[in-house]
Structures are given as structure tokens and as C-alpha cells.
Ligand binder design. Structure first.
Ligand code: ARG
Length: 595
């Protein structure tokens, strides 16, 4: 490979090198298997495991060769080694090719990081819609929506970092028959609703009251149905009442988004009213709808499981209809190349069917569009049961965040930080830890699994936790600053004047860890699993600790004065902190100056 001016994917580079070697060693095998991966062993950095597969393919052609021999033949066809990327290869056992990275690329990469910061790997820019959060009006936003908010926000952050054009949509449940009873109730208890906004402080309770009346009072039920018809017919007073109810929820939701620093635009189910009619007609004209006892349904392909209900027997539309309309709007009006839906795994079948129906209707073209349902597991309490308060109610998100703040402050006080930090510093440390640990612990586990919510666990000082990482970051970040002089004031001057050599094994190991970044990012852009990034961050902090324990960066005398600075090593600290800061940014962790 030629030298580059940006951080590149080592895996891509190695794959290219091995593709060339394998093709020239075995021209008789079309599309040979290229299996290059990070090594899980301590003995080497990367591995190529193609030899066994190739020996097998040859065997099928009645050519008997030993896989070890195949491995050696591949190696014989590699470009001259050592080169920029590879310092050494060896063929082990049944044909594993162990790859040892070369220093020159790692040295170059450290310089690039220090000079240009952490730049994203280059990918073609796409228009992407991320559907996240999506709570329901008049109902409490629950921990499931919190997961969707956190995971969706980080996915959007990562895609934005890659340079994509990302639209974050909050598909709130703001439409449907439940609004009939809410409006009817509002009209009854606040007859003056047209002139002053109703003092609803607890929309939950309001919902419960109207539901109670709906279930017990026939006349009220009738009026509720009439309100739905009025609302859907566009009656201005009903629309006004509806808007007032939505506003109460909207304000509550926004407080949560502000606290977590999540940006999104609200475009709820109601937005698609007219578009639903259009998409229903389109599906009908294309002959894709089937009659099922008065309902109009649509099957995915294959026609198994549960079909979508596109039109109810009373002529009304459903959640399914709004998702078909939304998908069409996103592809055709927003011109999206890629749709991401961050919604709990309980809705996996719904989304598979929606995607499949959209393909049948030729709204989605699989060659042009990518669609993903990013599912996640339920939230459990420490007792292993569904996450609830002691009294069995759903946990209010605002109280959950409040408790996080309280626990984080307790933690800081326990460490005596309240004695050291100013009130303002203490507050920002408190918020950074509280929101950081809620976000990080959600992201650090494989999202598919059920997730056990535990403040005790997420606030631990050791292990892969936000608290540990925030402290580690602050410490690393202060190293260059503590050197004073150009290190604190003009680090670029130091960068220009220092030769990086990575002579010590632990220096090299730290650099080899940092340069995995483009591969980690590319992997997540493919599978949308953010725990890879958390694992990477933790791997960095481990490699850093090993480096820092073994390599003096600054030597001090008995008086604590600096007597010697190893500039290269301080720069490695700086590169590490730049990398951590970038990862934190994607994960939504806010590093603080003092903690
Ligand atoms: N409001 C829905 C719920 O709480 C989630 C909506 C997700 N997005 C979508 N396009 N269906 O279950």
C-alpha cells in the first residue's frame, strides 16, 4: 500500500494485500475466500485464515495439498516484507498466517491524529433517516423509549461523524382513537378550553380518568367516538383540543431530550394523515391488498406470520398504515438512501413485514435502499423482573434521571470531591457522571439482549463503566497540561519537533490499539451495534494503563518538580485523549475538565 494522509482501515488494507497474493498464488480459483481478521491471540496482531478454505476448494477439484503448504504459497506471493503495514508474517499449524503490524504506518497514524485530530474514514455520503425515541402522547415515556432515544442518538452521532446527511425523526404516537376520549374528557372538565390552555399537570392521570369514563359510561363512549370523527374530519375545535393535549406531552418529552442533549425533530403519526390515504390507494391500485372479513390486509413475502392491517373494517387506518406512509415519505420525499428504525425488538415482526411490503410495493428498491430495524431487549430491574417502581408502576423517566443525579452526587461526595471542586465544577461532574452512566451502560451491552438497569453497577469505579472512563480521560488529558510550556500552550509545535518511534513494546501496543478506530467505526456502520465502540474504548484505556505503568512520561524529583519530559510519550497521551474524546462524543459522554 502507498502512504496515506488519513487514518485508514487496516483490515481493508490487509484484505487488499492478501487478495492480490492469493489471486496470484491460485489464479485457478475464482473469487477466492479472503479471511482476514483481528487476532484474538496474543501471538500476533491480525490473521489470515484463507489457506484452510483454499485447500478444501482444491480438494474438491481432486488436488491434494496440505493447508500449511497453501499458507506458505500465499506468503511467498506477498509483496516484500517488511513494508509499511506488515513487519512479519509466519505460517502456523494448519495454515494460519499470523500477521505482525509494521511500525511505519502506526507512527504515521499517530502523527496524523496529533496534527489533524480524529478524522472519519472516507465513505460515500448518504441521506439517512433515523427513527428514534417515539413515545406516545398522553402516556408516560418509559424506559423502552429511553433505550430507543439513547441508542438512536448514538447511531445518529456516528453516522453524522461519518459525514452522512442524517435526519432524526421522532415518530410520536399522536394520532388514533384514544384521542377521542381525551378530547371528550377535556371538553367536559375544561369547557373554556378554546380560550385558555387547560391546566393539565399530570397527563397520565388525565388519561386514566378519561379511560375510566370511557370504560364505564356509554354516553361518554359515544361522544368519544364522535370526537374521533370530528378530529379526523379536521374540525378546528377538536384540532385545537388535540393540539393542547399534545403540547402537554411535548413539553415533558422535551425536558428529557434537553437533559440528555438529544436533538430530534417531531414528526408524529398525525403528519401522515393525507399520505396514508395516498399510500392506501397506491397499494390498492397495485392489487396488493386482500380482503379479510372487511379489513384490508397486506402480506409480506413470504406470506407468513401476521399481515399488515392497512384499513380497518370501519375504514380507519392503523399503526401499520402510518408506517407504510412514513416509509414512503422518507424514501420519496426525503430522498433517503437508508432508513434506520430504533424500536424495541418486540416490534421486529412488524418491521420485517413493513419492509417486505414496501419491497413488494416497489417503494423500497433493495439495490438502492438500505432499511434496518435496530431492535433492543427489554429493561429489567435488579430483581430480574420487568423494570418497575417498588409499587409496581412504570418508572417516570424524569424521576429516573433525578435519581441518577442524586446517586452521582453521593458518589462524588463519597470520594471527597465536594471538598476540591467549585460548586460549578461539582455540578458539571455530577451531570456528566449521571447522564453518562445511564447512556454508557445501555450502550455497552449487546442491545439485542434484555438489559438490567442498575445504578450500583453503572456507578462502579472499576471495569467498563462511564465513571471509570471519565476519570481515566480526565487524568490522561491533564498529562500534557501538567508539563506546562509548549505542551500546554502550543502542542502543535511539540508535534512538529518530536520524532515518534514507538520503540517500547507498550508504546507500540497502544498505537496499534488506537489505529483500530476506522475498523471499529466501519463495523458499527455495518451492524449498528454500539457495544463494539464501548469495547474499543475500554481496550484503549487498558492499553493506556499498561503503557503508563511501564513508560515514564514525566520524571519528577523529590520536590515534585519536573526534571525530564519524554515528549513522544506525552504526545501518545495526547493522541489517546483525542481518540477517547471522539468516542465519548459518539457515545454521548460529556468529559469534564475536573472531576
Ligand atoms: N410509538 C411507538 C411505540 O411506543 C414506536 C414508534 C416507532 N417508530 C415507528 N416508525 N413505528 O411503540
Amino acid at each position: 500500500g502507498e502512504s496515506t494522509s488519513e487514518l485508514i482501515s487496516i483490515l481493508d488494507e490487509l484484505r487488499e494485500i492478501f487478495t492480490d497474493a492469493i489471486k496470484s498464488a491460485y489464479p485457478e480459483i475464482p473469487n477466492p475466500p479472503i479471511l482476514v481478521a483481528q487476532s484474538s491471540s496474543k501471538f500476533c496482531d491480525y490473521q489470515c485464515n484463507s489457506a484452510m478454505k483454499i485447500a478444501q476448494l482444491l480438494k474438491e477439484k481432486n488436488i491434494k495439498v496440505n493447508p500449511n503448504e497453501v499458507g506458505r504459497k500465499i506468503v511467498a506471493n506477498l509483496p516484500a516484507i517488511p513494508n509499511a503495514y506488515i513487519s512479519k508474517v509466519e505460517v502456523a499449524g494448519p495454515g494460519f498466517i499470523n500477521i505482525f503490524l509494521g511500525k511505519s504506518y502506526a507512527i504515521n497514524a499517530m502523527k496524523m491524529i496529533l496534527e489533524n485530530g480524529i478524522q472519519p474514514p472516507k465513505v460515500p455520503r448518504q441521506r439517512i433517516v433515523v427513527d428514534l425515541s417515539a413515545p406516545n402522547i398522553a402516556k408516560e415515556m418509559h424506559v423502552g423509549h429511553l433505550r430507543s432515544t439513547i441508542i438512536g442518538d448514538s447511531i445518529a452521532r456516528l453516522l453524522e461523524f461519518l459525514g452522512h446527511d442524517v435526519l432524526r425523526i421522532n415518530h410520536v404516537g399522536d394520532w388514533g382513537t384514544q384521542f377521542g376520549m381525551l378530547i371528550a374528557h377535556l371538553k367536559d372538565i375544561f369547557p373554556n378550553y378554546l380560550n385558555e390552555s387547560p391546566p393539565i399537570s399530570d397527563l397520565q392521570a388525565f388519561y386514566k380518568e378519561s379511560k375510566l369514563r370511557f370504560d364505564s359510561d356509554e354516553a361518554f363512549k359515544k361522544r368519544s367516538y364522535a370526537c374521533v370523527v370530528d378530529l379526523q374530519g379536521g374540525d378546528p375545535n377538536s384540532l385545537k383540543a388535540w393540539n393542547m393535549i399534545c403540547d402537554v406531552s411535548r413539553k415533558e418529552f422535551q425536558k428529557i431530550y434537553d437533559r440528555l442533549d438529544v436533538k430530534l425533530i417531531e414528526r408524529g403519526e398525525s403528519f401522515y394523515q393525507d399520505r396514508m390515504k395516498v399510500v392506501v390507494k397506491e397499494l390498492e391500485d397495485k392489487g396488493l391488498l386482500e380482503d379479510d372479513e372487511g379489513r384490508k390486509i397486506m402480506w409480506g413475502e413470504p406470506a407468513e406470520g401476521i399481515p399488515l392491517t392497512i384499513v380497518k373494517s370501519d375504514g380507519g387506518f392503523t399503526y401499520d398504515t402510518s408506517d407504510m406512509a412514513a416509509l414512503k415519505q422518507r424514501i420519496q420525499e426525503e430522498k433517503a438512501d437508508w432508513l434506520v428504525y430504533v424500536v424495541d425488538s418486540g416490534q421486529a415482526t412488524h418491521f420485517q413485514t413493513v419492509f417486505s411490503c414496501a419491497k413488494r410495493a416497489k417503494i423500497v428498491n433493495p439495490d438502492k435502499h438500505r432499511v434496518d430495524h435496530v431492535g433492543f431487549g427489554v429493561v429489567l430491574g435488579e430483581d430480574g423482573k420487568k423494570f418497575k417502581t417498588r409499587s409496581g408502576d412504570t418508572v417516570k423517566l424524569s424521576s429516573l434521571l433525578d435519581e441518577g443525579l442524586k446517586r452521582s452526587l453521593d458518589k462524588l461526595v463519597e470520594k471527597g470531591r465536594d471538598q476540591v471542586l467549585t460548586p460549578a465544577e461539582l455540578k458539571s461532574a455530577q451531570e456528566s457522571i449521571a447522564y453518562g452512566c445511564i447512556r454508557y451502560s445501555d450502550l455497552s451491552y449487546n442491545r439485542i439482549n434484555a438489559y438490567t438497569f442498575s445504578f450500583d453497577k453503572m456507578l462502579e469505579d472499576k471495569g467498563n463503566t462511564a465513571v471509570y472512563l471519565l476519570y481515566a480521560y480526565t487524568r490522561i488529558k491533564s498529562i500534557a497540561r501538567n508539563c506546562g510550556g509548549d505542551f500546554a500552550n502550543n502542542i502543535q509545535k511539540v508535534v512538529a519537533e518530536t520524532t515518534i518511534q514507538l520503540e517500547h513494546e507498550k508504546e507500540f501496543k497502544l498505537a496499534k490499539t488506537l489505529i483500530k478506530f476506522p475498523d471499529v467505526i466501519k463495523l458499527i456502520a455495518k451492524d449498528l451495534f454500539l457495544h463494539h465502540l464501548c469495547e474499543f474504548v475500554y481496550e484503549i484505556s487498558t492499553a493506556f494503563t499498561e503503557f503508563y505503568d511501564a513508560c515514564y512520561c514525566i520524571e519528577k524529583n523529590k520536590e515534585g518538580e519536573i526534571v525530564k519530559i519524554n515528549a513522544e510519550r506525552v504526545l501518545l497521551c495526547e493522541a489517546t485523549s483525542l481518540m477517547l474524546a471522539k468516542c465519548f462524543d459518539i457515545l454521548g459522554l460529556k468529559p469534564v475538565h475536573k472531576i
